[in-house]
Design a protein around this ligand. Structure first.
Ligand code: G3H
Length: 478
């Protein structure tokens, strides 16, 4: 069937032997936009087998050559930004401008990874034995960083390109091979991105991209004995994967409930601007979105008014028109968000706008006077709905933040840097932003979540280190 996008294995584009496909529903039209191959377990086995073989010679390829190929892939990716962005618009309803930004940012990420990789991997350590008690200077220890083997990369729907290359780049520069399982929504954008690596001329079998149903190949992939490391970004599935995965290093970035604490002395215009940008860009479908505002009661009325005024200016509609608020990724996601809104309504939250939904399109909604007994106080809507909880002390805000099972990022707005640092220290999250909304980038910054928000740390440097193991050679002198 010519309508079904092929998957990528052994340096070739292939049809699955299953004869089946998976439909990708356009979130805006709610009709099938594309189809991808429903790969079988045998096809996963094949990808793993060739990834293992390809990795051996790749690891011996000079580092500068690996970097050169990555730079080439980055340039090709940027050249192809328009067709890839088009897929992001159709598959995940990302506003057109943001879709282009995602691809360009991804090219930059790959180039930076190549540069960082040659520096990090180009250096080793030299240790001598007589620094440890009881030893003479009779042992010289040389360290270097070696690859892990086959990396399984599973990015999420909200950044199918950027969060794929944030795993592919570090995997390849460090001498690993890679099997990519893209999210279904976003799979075609990912296949286009993989095509850019194909055009750059990476060796056959080094990169595979397997599409299909999670129910058929998900566990099979994550529990596959050929996998030497899993890098996953997404939701609850990550918790399940970490329980089932074997003895391999895991890099996981899962959900978040990023809090925005606003103190009495804050610049309220700055806070309101960041709350709207942080809470509503890509319709709140970012793990680092502001997901709860904790504002001091004395400034709450003013802040809410300012946020309301900015929310009123958000445009709502199709991603092709570059609207700020676009349809959420699926009907089930829209239904889940609606469930949170209805729960808040029943429990008397203040609706700053009327609740409105058409298909998967949900109008931006600010909920004031949210209390801890409401689901929206704790759960992640992954949609354009933002709760405001009024607090009477900083401690109350920190307590709410730390009572969450998530701990990705958080932010605090105040003009008092000392207070900001103390609050940052007290917040149990991977990152705290002072006077700005949470965000992962710039992409070389460390990025990590505590508690259920993740395992390990990402960011270019950390991912390079995570996808290697230290190898030592000890020279014993007579
Ligand atoms: O959705 C999770 C992403 O890692 C967030 O990235 O802060 O660049 O939107 P971002």
């Amino acid at each position: 069937d010519g309508d079904v996008f092929k998957y990528y294995c052994e340096g070739e584009w292939k049809k699955s032997a299953s004869g089946k496909s998976v439909a990708i529903i356009n979130p805006t039209t709610r009709k099938t936009q594309y189809k991808v191959q429903a790969c079988t377990q045998e096809e996963v086995n094949k990808a793993m087998e060739i990834a293992k073989a390809a990795q051996k010679s790749w690891a011996k390829t000079p580092l500068w050559k690996r970097a050169e190929l990555l730079h080439k892939a980055a340039a090709i990716l940027k050249e192809h930004k328009a067709p890839i962005a088009e897929c992001l618009v159709k598959e995940i309803a990302k506003p057109a401008k943001d879709a282009v930004t995602e691809v360009v940012r991804s090219g930059d990420l790959i180039s930076y990874t190549a540069e960082e990789g040659v520096r990090i991997l180009g250096e080793g350590k030299f240790l001598v034995s007589d620094s440890f008690p009881g030893n003479e200077r009779t042992k010289y220890c040389l360290t270097s960083k070696i690859p892990l083997g086959v990396i399984l990369a599973i990015p999420p729907f909200n950044y199918p390109v950027n969060l794929a290359v944030s795993k592919i780049g570090p995997a390849l520069i460090t001498g690993n091979s890679l099997v990519l399982k893209p999210p279904t929504q976003g799979a075609v954008a990912a296949l286009h991105m993989v095509h850019c690596f194909h055009l750059a001329g990476f060796p056959k079998g080094l990169i595979s991209c397997i599409t299909g149903k999670g129910s058929e190949i998900g566990d099979f992939l994550t529990m596959h004995p050929g996998v030497n490391c899993i890098s996953f970004t997404g939701g609850d599935t990550g918790v399940a994967i970490s329980k089932k995965a074997g003895m391999v290093p895991l890099q996981m970035e899962l959900g978040g409930k990023d809090a925005c604490i606003v103190l009495e002395d804050a610049d309220l215009d700055l806070a309101a601007g960041n709350i709207v940008k942080g809470g509503f860009s890509y319709s709140g479908q970012r793990c680092t979105a502001v997901k709860v505002v904790l504002v001091m009661e004395s400034v709450a009325d003013t802040l809410v008014e300012k946020v309301k005024a900015k929310v009123a200016k958000l445009t709502v509609g199709p991603p092709e028109d570059n609207c700020d608020i676009t349809p959420v990724v699926s009907e089930s996601s829209a239904n889940f968000i609606e469930g949170l809104v209805m729960d808040a309504k029943q429990k008397d939250a203040t609706f700053c706008q009327p609740y409105k939904r058409e298909g998967n399109l949900i109008w931006p909604l600010l909920l004031d006077n949210v209390r801890p007994d409401m689901r929206i106080a704790w759960e992640e809507p992954f949609g354009p709905v933002l709760p405001v909880i009024r607090i009477n002390s900083v401690e109350e805000g920190i307590h709410h933040c730390n009572a969450s099972n998530f701990g990705l990022q958080g932010c605090v707005f105040t003009k008092d840097i000392n207070k900001a640092i103390l609050i940052s220290d007290a917040m149990e999250t991977g990152t705290v932003q002072i006077n700005s909304a949470p965000a992962r980038g710039p992409d070389h910054f460390p990025f990590q979540g505590l508690k259920d928000s993740g395992i390990g740390s990402q960011g270019i440097t950390n991912s390079i280190n995570m996808m290697t193991k230290v190898k030592t050679t000890v020279i014993n002198l007579p």
